[in-house]
Design a protein around this ligand. Structure first.
Ligand SMILES: C[S@@+](CC[C@H](N)C(=O)[O-])C[C@H]1O[C@@H](n2cnc3c(N)ncnc32)[C@H](O)[C@@H]1O
Length: 100
């Protein structure tokens, strides 16, 4: 995992779940996440398709939980996703978020 820092800004280049674990809890104002959508797209040899929708959702729930931990209590999160997974993210995340 590589890290690049300049003028107080940092980019962590690596697996999202491992990178999120490095960030202290309750410190982030805004998270914008554009994850793979589980639709079979090819990202430089990395195929965006899990064995099952449940496997994909469980992976997503792992980073959603981590994101919730990292956000400040008044933090915000924008999640990009494919329309078929939007209701799952919505229902799973409503424990932590007020949805707009
Ligand atoms: C929908 S695309 C987002 C593209 C991005 N918004 C951009 O403009 O470059 C999903 C991206 O997530 C990356 N990705 C897939 N698995 C990942 C993981 N475990 N950790 C971090 N990034 C991952 C893919 O390589 C791909 O670039």
């Amino acid at each position: 995992m590589e890290q690049f820092e300049k003028d107080g800004h940092k980019i962590i280049f690596g697996d999202a779940i491992e990178a999120l674990k490095k960030i202290p809890n309750g410190t982030i104002d805004l998270i914008f996440i554009d994850p793979p959508y589980n639709i079979g797209k090819n990202f430089s040899g990395l195929k965006d398709k899990w064995v099952s929708d449940n496997d994909y959702l469980n992976w997503c729930y792992t980073w959603i939980d981590l994101c919730i931990d990292k956000l400040k209590s008044n933090g915000s999160m924008y999640i990009m996703t494919a329309t078929q997974f939007m209701p799952f993210f919505d229902i799973y995340s409503e424990k932590a978020f007020h949805f707009i």
